[in-house]
Design a protein around this ligand. Structure first.
Ligand SMILES: Cc1ncc(COP(=O)(O)O)c(C=O)c1O
Length: 392
């Protein structure tokens, strides 16, 4: 028994452990590309609920699919064959294309990456990874091993798996790197948290070729770039490069927690029942939400919209404090240099939510793929007002 009497005065703590610094208002409701506080005040959500609300907040078709499934079967694990789980796997594999033949369902992005990295260790017998400077792949220990965030890693350094970090999108560094004995290379096709950093197709092609030559598995972490956000199902197809595994999460079930490891047939054929597992992974609610999400993306032509809206934003934002628009589709970074912080605060005052990044100069836009054209206009006009005030 702990003797709490030795420390009679416990420090005051909140029932909910603090993790992020939340918005200065509570979110009680969401609809389409907006969220609302308790007074009914609307905020335009260009942060997309942390890049999760791909089909928008509470899309009626997704909400109806979840409600219908909840009335039939809320949960059964992989101990049972579920038609909705089979349907979800089939739909996701078809959506992905790009040589992906099979999927393991889990519950989050870090779990998807953890599982993909474990698969690489198991199949190769090798014990090291290659990742890239600035990468974020999650907070569980293997995912953290390939994450370049000294502050997050510090307390666990001795427990992390060996990983070499290369400069992202650098062909010379890639050329010089030695992949012998490397189980897997993991890469975010667009580095999001690092400040929306992109690479060229030729770099991806060189990376693919080098992995193939070394017998190293190539994992695309598409937790942010996947499920239509770039204007293609996955970045793999967008860049025309075929990884061995693709991980996804975030918006795949429109906000019902879900992660997935897509893999090609060569990888899937080497795994047997029991190698991977999860009680909640591929639960019926998440699977129903995934099927509905992919249907909405297809029927509302959301991928086509993503490319068009990105071009519109890019075309309008020049000559002001936003010096550069980075990224693809609806995963965009606005480089506002030293004005980024002030711009983010101004947008919040005007009830527009955008994301920050590890680069203090870069704000991130990752709105619902359903974002309305008039919401985009409001964003652009508000940035224009900010520019005018800064110039005055
Ligand atoms: C690229 C990428 N990978 C992995 C993760 C981890 O996902 P999760 O928070 O669902 O564990 C994130 C989260 O932001 C991410 O952006």
């Amino acid at each position: 028994m702990h003797n709490f009497k030795k420390n009679p005065v416990n420090p005051p703590v909140a029932p909910l452990l603090a993790t992020y610094t939340p918005y200065p208002f509570p979110v009680v409701r969401g609809a389409e590309d907006r969220v609302f506080d308790g007074q009914g005040t609307a905020y335009l959500d260009f942060y997309g609920g942390h890049c999760v609300a791909g089909t928008g907040h509470c899309h009626p078709a997704v909400a109806a699919a979840i409600a219908a499934q909840a009335g039939k079967l809320i949960f059964y694990s992989a101990a049972a064959q579920l038609p909705v789980r089979d349907e979800a796997a089939q739909a996701l594999v078809e959506f992905a294309g790009a040589d992906m033949a099979s999927v393991f369902f889990c519950n989050s992005g870090t779990e998807a990456n953890e599982s993909a990295l474990k698969i690489a260790l198991k199949l190769s017998g090798r014990r090291k990874f290659v990742a890239f400077n600035g990468a974020f792949h999650g907070r569980t220990l293997l995912a953290l091993s390939v994450t370049d965030a000294p502050g997050l890693r510090k307390a666990y350094e001795s427990l992390l798996a060996p990983a070499t970090f290369l400069p992202f999108a650098d062909e010379t560094a890639l050329d010089a790197a030695d992949f012998s004995g490397v189980a897997a290379v993991i890469v975010e096709p667009i580095q999001s948290m690092a400040g929306i950093k992109t690479a060229t197709v030729s770099w991806f092609v060189a990376l693919r070729e080098k992995c193939t030559r070394a017998g190293t598995l190539l994992i695309f972490d598409e937790v942010q770039t996947g499920i239509g956000r770039l204007g293609a199902p996955f970045a793999a197809g967008f860049y025309g490069v075929t990884p061995d595994l693709i991980t996804c999460a975030k918006g795949m079930a429109s906000g019902v927690p879900m992660g997935g490891v897509l893999m090609n047939a060569r990888v899937a054929a080497q795994l047997k029942p029991g190698d991977l597992g999860s009680t909640f992974g591929g639960g019926p609610l998440a699977c129903a939400a995934l099927v509905a999400t992919l249907k909405v993306i297809r029927e509302e032509q959301l991928m086509e919209r993503a490319g068009v809206l990105a071009e519109h934003i890019r075309g309008k934002l020049h000559g002001g404090k936003v010096q550069e628009v980075r990224g693809e589709g609806l995963l965009l970074g606005l480089n506002a240099g030293p004005q980024a912080r002030a711009l983010k605060a101004y947008l919040l005052k005007q009830r527009i939510l955008v994301g920050g990044s590890d680069d203090p100069a870069v704000l991130r836009l990752m709105p619902p793929l359903t974002v309305q054209v008039r919401s985009v206009e409001v964003l652009l006009d508000t940035i224009g007002e900010f520019d005018a005030q800064a110039a005055a």
